[in-house]
Design a protein. Structure first.
Length: 425
């Protein structure tokens, strides 16, 4: 008897939702775009609360927890809103850099400052004039630290009197996220001029905003990667992920290409992707994941159950995420007996995993678990929790994941979705 295909329908993309929320902030409520299928994760809820408070006459302090996207996007928004605002977050958030964005906003005329460490809290001061001093102009900013700085500026650029030209210095990290922002701006009638290199981004002034009446937000491709990993570790089964288009504006749709290279069978039909794992996974070899940093955790963990060597390169920006993700992966994979090497080559960070067969991996860790319960520290990082959580729900059921609720930051349905897949096994 043919087994039932396990189906999961994903909520809307966190990244698209947060960008769309910023764009609707400036527009009259009666005429705002109706956002459908928005993500309901912690990050988007924090963004909505932050926007609601910023919209008040005297916002005061806006606390954004560990939501890096909200902090970076609201920093530019607060800077042009001409209000007294303090943007802050959790202890971890106050260790993540914001100075490059603050420095650019200062050059544009904002009265803004961050802590001496270059991190939040961020203080924005109102101008003595009735409107903000920020009129727009030309600025330069490093392209290799965070694409969220660039997106933050692009999202407010249409509302600057003189428009905005952004010159990106050095290597450009996470370029697909910049492309996503440009794509969304088009839906609001805003054109961003750029060359194929995306080295210079120009938003001309006085463009007419023609917002869409409705915007249906497609499923989150980053979240889908964990379901893909589940399929990869469940040979013979087919996992169906609904609400994910083949040609998504989300860069993390690349997870399907990586899985295919590892031997998975993948098919697309309309907004559905079907994935079937092979009996034995193939290593990725050397792969540059600079454009897809949120997928590194997924594939680093899969690499541990794949005979051969996988080397993931050009991932320096993983050090300034919710945790130092390179160090976290190295520590936790080593805890499972996997041979891991991390460091720098030609100035770029990498992590190299020497994997083994699933049978060897399971046997060793099952034996170790009988002596002492194996636990994975998640470092308050949702992506570390989910990457290792896939192992727990497939091949190491006794593996303990510390602070499992941290997944609510981006994918609150993660554990229930994997439980559903297990029930359909």
């Amino acid at each position: 008897m043919k087994s039932e295909i396990a189906k999961i329908k994903l909520k809307g993309s966190k990244s698209i939702t947060n960008r769309a929320l910023i764009l609707t902030y400036f527009l009259p409520l009666a005429h705002s775009t109706k956002l459908k299928n928005i993500s309901k994760c912690e990050d988007t809820l924090v963004m909505q609360r932050g926007l609601k408070k910023l919209a008040t006459k005297n916002p005061g302090e806006i606390y954004l927890g560990n939501a890096g996207t909200a902090v970076r996007f609201l920093t530019s928004l607060a800077a042009i809103s001409n209000k007294e605002v303090v943007i802050t977050g959790s202890k971890e958030m106050c260790k993540r850099p914001i100075k490059p964005l603050v420095d650019v906003l200062k050059k544009l005329g904002a009265k803004i400052e961050c802590s001496k460490t270059g991190c939040p809290p961020i203080r924005v001061h109102a101008s003595e004039f009735s409107t903000s001093k920020i009129q727009g102009g030309k600025i330069s900013i490093p392209g290799n630290i965070s694409s969220q700085y660039i997106t933050s500026l692009l999202l407010v650029a249409p509302f600057l009197k003189k428009g905005l030209t952004i010159n990106l210095k050095g290597e450009i990290s996470s370029k697909p996220y910049i492309k996503m922002t440009i794509n969304l701006l088009k839906k609001w009638g805003i054109k961003v001029d750029h060359a194929s290199s995306y080295r210079t981004l120009k938003v001309r002034p006085s463009q007419k905003i023609t917002q869409p009446k409705n915007l249906f937000i497609k499923g989150d491709a980053s979240s889908a990667s964990y379901l893909g990993a589940y399929a990869a570790l469940s040979p013979g089964r087919t996992i169906s992920i609904e609400n994910i288009p083949k040609h998504s504006i989300q860069g993390d749709i690349a997870f399907t290409s990586y899985l295919r290279k590892m031997g998975c069978k993948i098919s697309h039909k309309n907004l559905t992707i079907e994935i079937q794992g092979p009996k034995t996974l193939k290593p990725l070899g050397t792969v540059d994941m600079n454009e897809t940093p949120d997928l590194v955790m997924t594939f680093a963990v899969l690499a541990a159950i794949t005979p051969g060597t996988t080397k993931i390169t050009n991932i320096s920006n993983l050090k300034i995420k919710e945790s130092d993700r390179i160090e976290a992966l190295k520590t936790e994979l080593s805890r499972l007996g996997t041979l891991v090497r991390a460091g720098k080559e030609k100035g770029k960070d990498f992590i190299e995993i020497t994997g083994e067969s699933r049978e060897t991996f399971i046997a060793r860790n099952s034996a170790r678990n009988r002596k002492k319960k194996l636990s994975i520290n998640t470092y308050n990082d949702h992506r570390i929790a989910m990457a290792f959580g896939v192992l727990k729900k497939t091949i190491l059921p006794r593996l303990h994941i510390k602070n499992p609720s941290v997944v609510k930051k981006s994918y609150p349905e993660f554990w229930s979705d994997l439980d559903l897949l297990n029930r359909l096994n």
